[in-house]
Every structure is written in C-alpha cells, then in structure tokens.
Write a protein that binds this ligand. Structure first.
Ligand SMILES: NC(=O)c1ccc[n+]([C@@H]2O[C@H](COP(=O)([O-])OP(=O)(O)OC[C@H]3O[C@@H](n4cnc5c(N)ncnc54)[C@H](OP(=O)(O)O)[C@@H]3O)[C@@H](O)[C@H]2O)c1
Length: 289
C-alpha cells in the first residue's frame, strides 16, 4: 500500500552543529530505503548523526513510525516516513515521485531480502518481485535521483549490493550483480558531475535478513561477519570519497580482490557448493513473510 509522505516533526529543531560531514547550503536531506532494520537503519543513524534530515522508506508503517520516533529522539533531526512496497511498480513510483517533487541530497537504496527457496522451487511471480526490489527499484530510483541531483549540482547515490553479486548463487546474486553493474556504469556516467554513485558490497551482516530467509547461520565463523554500523560508516566514507565500489571490512576487501582473479568456472563451482542450512522453525512473522 502506498501512502503520502508525512512529516512527523514539522516543528522539530535540527542540530546543524552535527552536520560536520554534510554538504554546504540548506540542511541536507537523505532518503533511505529499508531503513527500519539492519543495514538501512545504521545508514539512517549515521546520516542523522551528520545532521541530515531523513526520509525513511519501507513497507510497514507502524515500524517506520516507531523508527522515526527513535531517530528523532536520538539525533534531534526531523524524520519523515514513506510507505512503499518496492516489489510493486506503484511502490517504486511512490519513491521516484517523491524524488521528483522534493529535494533529496543523498539516496541510499538498501531495501532487500533473499529467497526462502532455490530458483526452481520459487514461483515466477516471486522471482519478478525479488528482481524489482533488488534491481529494478534500484535502477529507477537511482535514475530519478541522478537527474534531480545533477540539476541541483550536488548529491550522492549509495546502492547497497552484496558480495553475492560476485558469485553465481541464484536469483539473488543475479539481481545484485545487475545492480552492481548498473551502479558502476552510473558512477562512470556521473564522473564529470558533482554527483556520485557508489555500490556497497557487504559480506555477512547480523540483521533480520537471514532470519527472514529461515536459514541457520549458527555455524558461520566469526570472521565472516561485519557489523551493520561498519557497513554504513565505511559505505558513506567511500561515497564521500567518490568511490564507485565500497567493500566494508578487511576480510571482504581481500575476498573482493581474490574474486577478480578466480576463473569463472571455479567461481561457479564454489557458488554451487555453497548452501545455506534451512531452519525448520517458522520465519519471523511479518506482513510479507
Ligand atoms: N544481512 C546480510 O548479511 C547482507 C549481506 C549483503 C547484502 N545485504 C543487503 O543489505 C540490504 C539490507 O538488508 P538487511 O540485512 O539490513 O536486512 P533486514 O534487516 O531484513 O532489513 C530489510 C529492510 O528492507 C525493508 N524491505 C524489505 N522488503 C521490502 C520491500 N519489498 N519494499 C520496501 N522495503 C522492503 C524492510 O522493512 P519492511 O519489511 O517493513 O518492508 C527492512 O527495513 C539488502 O539489500 C540486502 O540484500 C545484506
């Protein structure tokens, strides 16, 4: 369901003193999709700490409202919420329409999820929905944001992709790979403008992501994990540095380099050999689980 954006704090006081990393000029605004949990929430926190006024996007209004209240209390910045299901064209239009109407200086395309089953055990409609959220929404939102930012002479687009984009692991990897290539090309097209595009490639991050997929991560070694706040912090630092690709965490920087050198058939073999262990217990209850 799409709803009009509504400001929770039209009379809220901003804290420009916190805007140490924010661009010069009017108080900057950041829009973050999938901002109610995990990596998106940490991007929202990091941007609020830098003085950005926020627009949070997700499907669940109650959770958006709750998150907005927490961030307003913690950082003293106004937070607006936008309900949109990015698996639907109408939901994507809700966000692109907002970008066409309102000034947004930073867009973080972060919303996403993984399939609960293999490609062949997933229905075609669910494959389309996954591709919309992870790829099509990212492309359309980036396109609208880039044009408006070029007109205003400033802006940054941060697309949360995944290390999975470097593998052949299912429809998730396929959609993330498309979003990665799209972002790398966008960064090149924007090279002689004041606008940047950055793809962030997290490895494994403890969020609700794996729980929603009903997979067992208990045997994953400690070195495989990167903290969500580290992903946000490094992602934003790399975006500010104008990098096209950001790989948070030393272990994943190394893995990223190795992946460039691994022959494709070997990469395919490694990808085919990787399987999540599925949990028997029901997934975390949610409106779309
Ligand atoms: N966790 C990892 O290990 C990991 C690794 C690499 C990349 N990533 C990527 O990082 C991003 C964030 O994942 P996370 O780990 O932070 O997951 P998470 O904790 O499950 O958070 C997902 C967020 O996306 C929103 N969302 C999900 N489906 C949506 C839809 N159809 N339309 C709009 N919003 C939607 C959720 O809110 P609602 O449910 O209310 O909509 C929530 O705010 C994703 O793109 C994921 O692919 C994660």
């Amino acid at each position: 369901m799409d709803r009009s954006p509504h400001s929770r704090t039209s009379d809220a006081v901003s804290h420009p003193g916190r805007a140490a990393h924010a661009p010069e000029g009017p108080v900057p605004v950041a829009l973050v999709t999938g901002a109610t949990s995990g990596i998106g929430l940490e991007f929202a926190r990091a941007l609020a700490a830098d003085g950005y006024h926020l627009v949070l996007v997700a499907r669940t209004l109650a959770r958006l409202e709750e998150t907005a209240e927490v961030l307003e209390d913690e950082y003293g910045v106004p937070v607006r919420v936008l309900t949109a299901d990015l698996a639907a064209e109408s939901g994507i239009r809700t966000v692109t329409g907002f970008l066409d109407r309102e000034r947004v200086d930073v867009v973080v395309n972060n919303a996403g999820y993984g399939l609960k089953h293999s490609v062949l055990r997933t229905g075609p409609a669910d494959l389309v929905a996954l591709d919309r959220v992870l790829n099509s929404a990212v492309q359309q939102i980036s396109w609208h944001a880039a044009h408006r930012m070029i007109e205003r002479g400033r802006g940054g687009i941060v697309n949360v992709v995944s290390m999975a984009a470097l593998t052949t692991m299912g429809a998730y990897a396929a959609a993330k790979s498309a979003a990665l290539v799209f972002t790398e090309n966008l960064a090149a097209e924007l090279a002689d403008t004041p606008v940047t595009a950055t793809a962030v490639l997290p490895g494994f991050v403890r969020t609700e992501f794996h729980d929603r997929m009903r997979v067992d991560m208990s045997t994953m070694p400690a070195i495989a994990w990167v903290a969500a706040h580290q992903v946000a912090r490094e992602g934003l630092a790399d975006a500010r540095a104008g990098k096209a690709v950001s790989v948070p965490g030393l272990q994943y920087k190394l893995a990223y380099l190795l992946a460039q050198a691994v022959p494709r058939p070997l990469l395919r073999g490694l990808s085919n050999g990787f399987r999540f262990r599925r949990l028997r217990r029901p997934a975390r209850p949610g409106p779309h689980s």
